[in-house]
Unconditional design. Sequence first.
Length: 312
Amino acid sequence: MKILHLDANHSLLIQQLNDLSFINDEDYTSSKQEIEAKIHKYDGFIIRSRFKIDKHFLDKATNLKFIGRVGAGLENIDCEYATSKNIELIAAPEGNRNAVGEHSLAMLLSLFNKLNKADKEVRNGKWLREENRGIELDGKTVGLIGYGNMGKSFAKKLRGFDVNVLCYDIKPTVGNENCKQVSLAELQEKTDVLSLHTPETALTINMVNTQFINNFKKPFWLINTARGTSVNTNNLVEALKSGKILGAGLDVLEYEKSSFENLFTNHKIPDAFQYLIGSENVLLSPHVAGWTVESKEKLAQTIVDKIIAKFC
């Protein structure tokens, strides 16, 4: 089988596929149109988020047997059309779930203890102890929306704390020993901390909006390491200003391009994002929750293992 690699990944991916006698070609610079002109030569290709795989692209891939996405989600692929053409879709959420769980916890603890604010102040010669008095996670209720690989990882990380962990998911019976599955209404009634672990779908785009936020009984903290499109940033800012949302840890933003490599399509910073930049109770990171030294290797290994399981 011939495989085309469209994004650079951990070297073990190509090394191991070579050892299995797959033919591996690399093309990290050609345009999408140039790739379309030659994709018919390949049985499979491996991509991260370089460009969208739409119907036109898939129609050009006349010999395609699989698509490997070195990441957790498949939202940059027209999955329904690919499946209709009997193309195997291979993702690797197992590869970076631990990293996402750790990053979610890190953001939460940093917000609770004002670490980002305190660090900047100390570096500028300010020694403000009372102003940086933190709050403790113990005794809080943490609500998770989405309880797949990422949600389960975060819940596992929370086992060392005296917290109540709840989850809401569209799939039934996904709860486990680390988390009780409840209705959305119960989650919104009890939650002190909300963490999102959902893919980008029609159900999740713009999910966290004013109506959704106001349905929570208590003011709450928001952590989003999933997809930026799930949160309406203008509505988030309104809730931060009113105190309905106490603070936010955002690894993802709705302004991101699909490649996740650049934040904006132009150089104008939206007013809502400008507010987030200046807020002491907001923590931002550049879509790196699943982006660790270890996860780079694990993601590649997961793709290799799934290719072996299906085609060897």
